[in-house]
Design a protein around this ligand. Structure first.
Ligand code: DHB
Ligand code: FE
Length: 278
């Protein structure tokens, strides 16, 4: 049966792609952010995953307001980057892990999650940038299964529901008849608001408490409703649902490998957390 090595949760901001493309990693604005990823790259080099299951939110690229699944799972042989610009100019497609995609889909439907299955799926900065931050050199070494959670059009799924989705995804991975080594990823957050009167809103005390809870109190954030989370973290800060889902997939205790928190990257409080399953 497949083994979950751990989970990595990280923010994603399109400007990171521009900084990578222009080689700005050592500039004062970017250095505290990019330096955070060194220990994670090192850990990945040690544990050597084969597959990444990635909880992410699409930003109106693959799904738009006319058709908006609450939860969608990729079952495509490859996933092409089609982000809206100012990112990494060219990226080869990411390779899918079809066998795990269908195993996951079967397991989730059997567990009463009414998901949308996507045999074609374009991916945006929420997938492309974390993978480049984890593996900066060459092509991405892991195959992927994207699991998309709606954070664009309300009503959004609750934190409790996202945690339960993560738990079911974790069960599915652990029951996958494969010796492949799997890492779980969650991309989004932390606090940020891009529009409206609170544009630029960041909540450092909440973010730090939330990151702390991810280690030993994984259900702490599920006490809050979506509207409470938007109030605490901003309209786009609700992307932290991806962290909650990824944590749900890690059953049992975890060891914190590394964390980083830096304000701001563009309009976002940039968080990073790597947890090893113990
Ligand atoms: C920004 C943050 C995001 O999460 C995103 O998807 C787009 C932009 C930002 O801070 O600029
Ligand atoms: Fe985003």
């Amino acid at each position: 049966m497949a083994n979950i090595l751990g989970g990595i949760t990280t923010s994603h901001v399109p400007a990171i792609g521009g900084a990578i493309a222009k080689g700005l990693q050592q500039q004062p604005y970017w250095k505290p952010f990019f330096d955070g990823y060194g220990p994670v790259q090192q850990w990945l080099g040690e544990v050597k995953p084969d597959v990444a299951v990635i909880f992410y939110n699409d930003h109106g690229l693959n799904f738009f307001l006319d058709k908006m699944p609450t939860f969608a799972v990729g079952a495509a042989p490859e996933y092409r980057n089609a982000d809206e610009g100012w990112g990494i100019p060219t990226l080869p497609p990411f390779r899918g892990e079809l066998d795990l995609s269908w195993h996951l889909i079967e397991h989730l439907v059997a567990r009463d999650f009414d998901i949308t299955t996507c045999q074609e799926m374009l991916v945006d900065h929420a997938i492309t940038l974390p993978l480049k931050l984890f593996w900066p050199e060459g092509t991405c070494p892991v195959t992927i299964v994207p699991v998309c959670i709606n954070t664009v059009q309300h009503p959004l799924p609750s934190a409790r529901r996202c945690y339960a989705l993560g738990q079911a995804v974790g069960e599915a991975i652990r029951s996958w008849d494969s010796d492949r080594r799997v890492v779980v990823v969650g991309t989004g957050g932390l606090s940020h608001q891009l529009d409206g009167p609170r544009a630029g809103f960041i909540n450092k005390p909440f973010d730090l408490k939330f990151m702390d809870s991810m280690v030993n109190e994984p259900e702490w954030a599920t006490q809050f409703s979506v509207h409470e989370l938007v109030e605490k973290t901003g309209t786009q800060g609700i992307e932290l649902l991806m962290w909650i889902a990824a944590r749900g997939a890690l059953s049992g205790p975890v060891r914190k490998v590394h964390s980083n928190y830096h304000i701001p990257i563009s309009n976002t409080a940039a968080g990073l957390l790597a947890l090893e399953a113990v």
